[in-house]
Design a protein around this ligand. Structure first.
Ligand SMILES: [Zn+2]
Length: 403
């Protein structure tokens, strides 16, 4: 390891206690979307802004006011005089704590135990937010001259769609096409999986309307339940047959089309239901277009509708079109893999996942983005925690990549 890298990595290691204290300070200030009953990120951003300002650099703040009049706050800080920037994109909002009875401690009064910190938002995405802040500090303290500027982006609103976070920031001329985007908001416990592709997501509500009658005289009605069964069977058959590509990046290496929830229909066994509502969760490989899949579903609905006499309505209530994957030889993928290999003596692998990080929004803009961190799979659960070692070791990777 060259000297500058060694100095920065050492500086990160030396700030472990401060990182722990900052993470605790941060977790104490709730930052939940008003859509989930919270007040937004503004108070938490105040705390982080003064923390970073204390390093002697300017923090740019982007406050957006949402429909509930809450301030949704995003922070940007950069260091270095290079041409392009390595951005570490984390988010400072969290989900709600859920049922408090399931927590061993107050989710907003963090507890440190056995090398872990417990509290809401410690792993998702606190450890990365704090890690990126202290990687920045390490570079400043070391007076480093990084190959890439180091950019800390602390975004709002990730848990509820990023409308007041990354989606807005992408319109502010902050990120350049040559920048490297690292999103430490997906991880594995061994830290050896670099996510470079995500499936598209499509959630559907399908309604069948028939005619309700007594079950002894079904000929007088149209059984919406039977029509729905036929439609779902047809959709299952046609979608899996037509969109059957495999992509080895993904652990489920094909597009998934799953029937999930359905709504209760009639109260009695002797009633033919006149209405049936079912739901589907589809995760679509980047090889396919969601419009094509919707066309296929609508064709099936017309066909089964004509056969059964039922009327179908197909509604979309969540849609994320798949973005083009980031190439494994893109700068961010290569620099990240090199940093992991150098610091951990192991070769990471590139993978795809079923959707869910803001890396997608960068890929949509043709800016390569990789999602990576080291963490347990415990986001959103009660007694969420992060391992202090993961926070510190990942921060070393962030700093190393810039040098
Ligand atoms: Zn997250």
């Amino acid at each position: 390891m060259d000297n500058a890298k060694a100095v920065a990595v050492e500086a990160v290691a030396a700030s472990e206690r401060k990182m722990v204290d900052s993470l605790k300070d941060m977790v104490k200030i709730p930052a939940i979307s008003p859509l989930s009953g919270g007040k937004g990120e503004s108070a938490r951003a105040d705390m982080l802004e003064s923390l970073i300002s204390g390093f002697g650099i300017k923090v740019r703040r982007y406050d957006y006011v949402d429909d509930s009049k809450a301030k949704r706050s995003n922070l940007i800080a950069t260091y270095g005089g290079a041409k392009s920037t390595l951005w570490v994109i984390s988010h400072i909002d969290t989900v709600a704590p859920g049922d408090l009875a399931l927590w061993d401690h107050d989710p907003f009064d963090p507890v440190e135990k056995d090398g872990k910190i417990y509290g809401r938002g410690t792993t998702d995405d606190g450890q990365s937010a704090i890690g990126s802040i202290y990687a920045l500090k390490a570079l400043i303290d070391a007076k480093a001259q990084p190959r890439y500027n180091f950019g800390v982006c602390l975004a709002a609103d990730e848990e509820v769609g990023s409308e007041y976070g990354i989606k807005r920031l992408l319109k502010e001329n902050i990120f350049g096409k040559d920048d490297l985007i690292l999103v430490p908001d997906f991880g594995t416990s061994d830290g050896m999986s670099i996510e470079i592709a995500e499936k598209g997501v499509l959630w559907l509500r399908i309604t069948a309307v028939g005619k309700q009658v007594h079950a002894s005289t079904p000929d007088l009605g149209v059984n919406a339940y039977r029509a729905m069964i036929r439609l779902l069977y047809e959709i299952d058959r046609v979608l899996h047959g037509k969109y059957n590509a495999k992509n080895p990046l993904f652990s489920s290496d094909y597009s998934t089309f799953e029937m999930t929830k359905h709504e209760a229909n009639v109260e009695s066994t002797n009633i033919v239901p006149g209405k049936e509502v079912s739901y589907m969760d589809c995760r679509i490989l980047p090889e396919y277009k969601i419009d094509d899949i919707l066309n296929t579903i609508n064709e099936a609905a017309s066909k089964v509708g004509a056969d059964t006499g039922a009327k179908f309505k197909v509604e979309i209530f969540n849609r994320e079109d798949p973005a083009p994957p980031t190439k494994s030889d893109s700068k961010v993928a290569v620099e990240l893999a090199n940093a992991i290999k150098s610091l951990r003596n192991k070769e990471p692998k590139f993978i795809g996942i079923g959707g869910g990080t803001v890396a997608k929004h960068f890929r949509d803009e043709n800016i390569p983005a990789a999602a990576w961190e080291t963490c347990e799979d415990i986001a959103h659960i009660p007694n969420e925690y992060c391992k202090i070692a993961d926070m510190v070791e990942d921060a070393k990777v962030f700093a190393y990549m810039a040098l």
